[in-house]
Design a protein around this ligand. Structure first.
Ligand code: AKB
Length: 315
């Protein structure tokens, strides 16, 4: 039985992961933390503590008092926000990560933190990007993510911490909207399709990026955390993906359910240049081979589910 501390619990991944972890391991065994407190279920359905991840002492005290044996560190600024505030991003993303790794080292816990397709850069092979390849990202977020992958490897090799991680693509969900990411358009497009029947994309036609539906992302986190350590060669940076799509491909899938859906474009140069520096599609074969990564949702299945859920939620 695990006892897990989660940072960034009110974010896009956290708000759904907490519920899934509480359903899986018991509500008292998942300690949710975030820098703010809201009326959200995450705060009310089990232990919740206020935590600024740059405060390592408080993180340690919370982890120690609940006697956790796993740390899932999610608190981070996403790519577009990090580009707008690079020094602040370094502080939150890197100080927060080091504090969480230190807690894992001192309390001998298991550790998970997400990396991202943002850890790749313009000189990385663009199509079916291999697991091990060139990583020279040109964004602050990407620099943070590569550093995070390396630091997590270091904590495993040097201190024996059981660190694990996934390179997530854009995550699509209908529960909590993401904020400040480059792939956020792929969430907004569904909300606007259901609410208004139209969407103006800040990412250009023909820009392909990997995406994954949130239920598959949550299963991937739990499957990797539960995986047999002796089988893991790439502990902290598994490529995972469910689809490679551009705005037109999503629009086409949406039109099956909302035939009049209209897509137009007003490209944001900053987010477009971030997207252009990322792969078109990544190869997830190491994750499949080493711990049986699989997804249940492709673009069609995800679109059917998300539109149904958003219609129930918004209309
Ligand atoms: C972002 O767009 O910043 C994130 C990511 C792919 O890491 N969704």
């Amino acid at each position: 039985m695990k006892k897990i501390l989660v940072t960034g619990a009110l974010g896009q991944i956290g708000s759904e992961l907490i519920q899934k972890l509480r359903d899986t391991y018991g509500e008292d065994n998942v300690v949710a933390t975030d820098i703010r407190e809201t009326e959200a279920d995450v705060v009310k359905s089990g232990p919740f503590e206020l935590l600024d991840v740059t405060d390592g002492k408080r993180m340690y005290e919370i982890a120690k008092s609940y006697q956790v044996d796993s740390v899932i560190h999610l608190a981070a600024l996403l790519s577009a926000t990090a580009e707008a505030k690079p020094l602040f991003a370094w502080k939150i993303n890197m100080d927060g990560l080091l504090n969480a790794l230190e807690v894992a080292r001192e309390l001998k816990t298991q550790f998970f933190t997400p990396s991202s397709i943002g850890a790749f850069g313009p000189t990385t092979p663009k199509d079916l990007t291999p697991q091990n390849t060139i990583q020279r990202p040109t964004t602050m977020y990407g620099i943070n993510k590569v550093t995070g992958e390396l630091l997590s490897d270091y904590y495993h090799q040097k201190f024996g911490v059981d660190t694990r991680g996934l390179r997530f693509p854009g995550l699509i969900s209908y529960v909590t909207p993401p904020g400040g990411g480059t792939t956020d358009y792929a969430v907004e497009i569904y909300y606007d399709a259901v609410k208004k029947g139209e969407y103006t994309s800040y990412i250009a036609k023909g820009t392909f990026m990997d995406m994954m539906y949130m239920p598959d992302a949550l299963n991937a986190i739990i499957d990797l955390m539960e995986a047999d350590a002796s089988k893991l060669k790439h502990r902290n940076s598994f490529n995972v993906t469910a689809m490679s799509v551009d705005p037109e491909a999503i629009a086409k899938a949406i039109r099956k359910y909302i035939p009049h859906f209209k897509l137009d474009y007003q490209v944001d140069p900053i987010r477009q240049s971030i997207a252009d520096s990322w792969p078109n599609s990544i190869d997830a074969s190491s994750a499949k081979e080493e711990w049986g990564f699989k997804v249940a949702y492709d673009l069609e299945k995800m679109t059917e589910d998300i539109i149904k859920k958003l219609k129930d939620k918004l209309l």
